[in-house]
Ligand binder design. Sequence first.
Ligand SMILES: Nc1nc2c(c(=O)[nH]1)N[C@H]1C(S)=C(S)[C@@H](COP(=O)(O)OP(=O)(O)OC[C@H]3O[C@@H](n4cnc5c(=O)[nH]c(N)nc54)[C@H](O)[C@@H]3O)O[C@H]1N2
Ligand SMILES: Nc1nc2c(c(=O)[nH]1)N[C@H]1C(S)=C(S)[C@@H](COP(=O)(O)OP(=O)(O)OC[C@H]3O[C@@H](n4cnc5c(=O)[nH]c(N)nc54)[C@H](O)[C@@H]3O)O[C@H]1N2
Ligand SMILES: [Mo]
Length: 824
Amino acid sequence: MASLGPTFGRGAMTNHWVDIKNSDVIFVCGGNPAENHPIAFKWVTKAQENGAKLIVVDPRFTRSASHADFFAHIRPGTDIAFFGGLINYVISNDLHHVDYVKAYTNATFLVDEEYSFKDGLFSGFDTKEKTYNQDSWAYQMDADGNVVTDETMSDPRCVFQIVKNHYSRYTPEVVSKVCGIPKSSFDEIAKLYATTGKAGKSGTLLYAMGLTQHTVGVQNIRAFTIIQQLLGNMGMPGGGVNALRGESNVQGSTDMALLFHIIPAYMPTPSAAKHPTLDKYKEATLKSAGSGYWKNTPKFMVSLLKAFWGDAATAANSFAYDYMPKIGKGFQGAGYSWIALFEAMYAGDIKGLMCWGQNPAISGPNSNLEMAAMDKLDWMVVADLWETDTSVFWKRPGAKPENIDTEVFLLPAAASYEKEGSITNSGRVLQWRWKGADPPGDAKHDLWILDQLYKEIKKLYEDASDAVVPEPIVNLNWDYGKDDPDVHIVAKEINGHTWADKKQVANFTKLKDDGSTACGNWIYSGFYPGPDKTDNKSASRDSADDPGGLGLYPKWGFAWPVNRRIIYNRCSADPEGKPWNPDKVLVEWDGSKWIRNDVPDFGWKNATTGAQVPPAKSAKSPFIMLDKGKSRMFVAKGQGARKDGPIPEHYEPIESPVKNELSSKQTNPAVKIWGADKDTLTKFGDKVCPIIATTYRVTEHWQAGSMSRNLPWLAELMPEMFVEISEELAERKKIENGEWVKVASARGEVMARAIVTNRIVGFEECAGKPELAGLPYHFGFNGYITGGPEKKNYAANQLSPHVGDANTMIPEYKAFLVDVRKVD
Ligand SMILES: Nc1nc2c(c(=O)[nH]1)N[C@H]1C(S)=C(S)[C@@H](COP(=O)(O)OP(=O)(O)OC[C@H]3O[C@@H](n4cnc5c(=O)[nH]c(N)nc54)[C@H](O)[C@@H]3O)O[C@H]1N2
Ligand SMILES: Nc1nc2c(c(=O)[nH]1)N[C@H]1C(S)=C(S)[C@@H](COP(=O)(O)OP(=O)(O)OC[C@H]3O[C@@H](n4cnc5c(=O)[nH]c(N)nc54)[C@H](O)[C@@H]3O)O[C@H]1N2
Ligand SMILES: [Mo]
């Protein structure tokens, strides 16, 4: 589905779906897999059958919670406080996995004397620009350019002590007050999860949008990675940090660069200012790569340019690097992510929109604003299976079509089972899918539409006498077949081949930076290593082969990179190469050679001689992608440091009824408030909208709803918009279960049926005892059902704000303020 849908949330599973069965403790936080990943949830059940325990932390008692051994209601947007409390619990009770922490993480590294943290701000903050100068977020270096370390981890400047000190403020009392969780619940959960710090035990985090859709989304995940490092859970079977992805091929979409700041396979998008030339691009990427595997970026980049421009990419023209579009600062300096694009349309800066497999009239934040932005467009193209709400945005309740000039083109697209190709799941596994039926009517597969579009555009550029720069278009290496493009040609180009004789490469280690190879996506290289359809490893379906009995199934599909199922797997064994858990072996040094149940994520054999490399070497740098080879609790400048701090700190959501308990900085200081709705945001202390709203999904519907509201049987299963509220709130407001109510925010109003339920509770422990309103976001105004009886507003995003995370700009869909009102 939605093979070209948006990619809200980036990441992947470090492990994979089947591996969940190997876990001892499963921590579901910010996700509801029993509802949203119900088939995969069987691996959680399987683990429980094996004796594993399940923890669920969610603002609502969910379908996943109903399976949990331990559950806590958390106030939306306070997970860093919870995780910080967990870090504090683990360290202050000495429950961390000391040997792992010392050997594999940067806990022993000393941090620059200039680095500091005070009252919610890290060193280097520029109050006017709301950005950090990150110079002090650095390691101490010796004269030879090596990081100064303290193996005892007692030096007050070492990362371990900095982490310990930072989170000592996150006491169980503070956690309880911030998160609204009873102290006893926190204690129980902390005690249980910390048991995974014992050598050989593993715990996993399963998360999705409940952690990412916040103005502290990135730091939410980082906070949990610190826990996983402390407990030695990275690289372990049954461990890891696992993003449960959304749209069925959203993983593939992100891998193929659907986000603006990356090009295929997670290389940075060239920037006009920073990388005006290919040499500058190489220089910058080599600098940030340091000793890590990204130092091969020039090979991957040149091979990509070769795949894009073929014979027109030569050493003399820097492999057509100039043809490649470069990014600038984006609209009002906010980049080119969703919010910025819609703000640019609203301001009249962008005149045309292609909506290819997405329905922003329903899925975008502050959708009233986003639809007003659509009113200003000259044209819009929608390629979809249905007439979506977006394609008829001009018919929305309250709109005046006669005043809207936007010309809309609707292209009928074929559904996923009406075409052939690969999809990549959250576990990084590519699986080929064969066509099951012909598309109806005039519907065409997306590749066909794209191919036609390119061919027409190319003609226009060839014919245009005054075209500014035709080369990037007319010189594209684009030949996937005459009439109906062949996905196998595309797949083979993605895998990569030599340029001169077009021989498929075995994998990315064969790629070169001299123009002799072409490769569309280096992390996928190896999935189609030969010319024939039988060489397509994503099409393999052998579930008999299961080395180690861990569910790795190396012959089922193909996992990127190089069919490795669990990344960082060197860390599943101790520095001597003995597995922490002898019953769950991914890799093991048996004294003379490596036993390899999974593809090793380290240099296990000498590339030239083929001799096996003993464990001491890889023990020093088990995180091969990273400079210095160690995982990072503290992220230094230029090493992937985030805009809002080298370690996570709790801040309140932009709209919150609770004062920040941890510092005087109410909200994330690095988040810029700038959109067209900035003056309407509800401020702390404002009494008009005192209830915390959070939005979510249900099994019966799919996303913005065209996939489910247009199917009669799903429409019938759940036809109406609803709002879940607590019994106390209902009593206070005299609202009956099942009654239609109005939910209002500073941005809009929607109608919903009240579901009065004890699955929702107010947050008793927080100051002011705020209440919660839970809203599904699937309803709209087009399709068999809209969410209610008359032509009214039922879309939850008419309430949400146009603000996003400091790093990714993912919208804060999961915590904003509303009021729930009785309708007379
Ligand atoms: N049936 C069905 N399945 C789907 C989808 C669908 O629309 N329908 N959508 C797919 C897509 S694209 C995605 S991205 C995934 C999303 O999968 P999930 O992230 O599981 O989806 P949500 O229901 O949006 O949010 C999960 C949970 O986060 C909780 N939550 C809200 N705020 C917070 C918070 O601050 N902290 C914590 N700890 N939890 C919070 C919500 O109450 C909710 O139960 O689902 C995919 N699967
Ligand atoms: N309030 C709130 N808003 C949210 C979220 C939330 O949790 N809360 N979650 C966000 C998230 S994680 C996501 S992923 C977005 C989803 O937002 P959207 O992507 O806008 O939502 P979908 O309904 O999945 O839209 C996909 C469209 O693609 C069409 N489609 C399906 N298959 C194909 C195909 O093969 N080709 C083409 N061309 N079209 C196809 C479908 O009919 C559908 O209309 O919503 C975001 N919005
Ligand atoms: Mo998603």
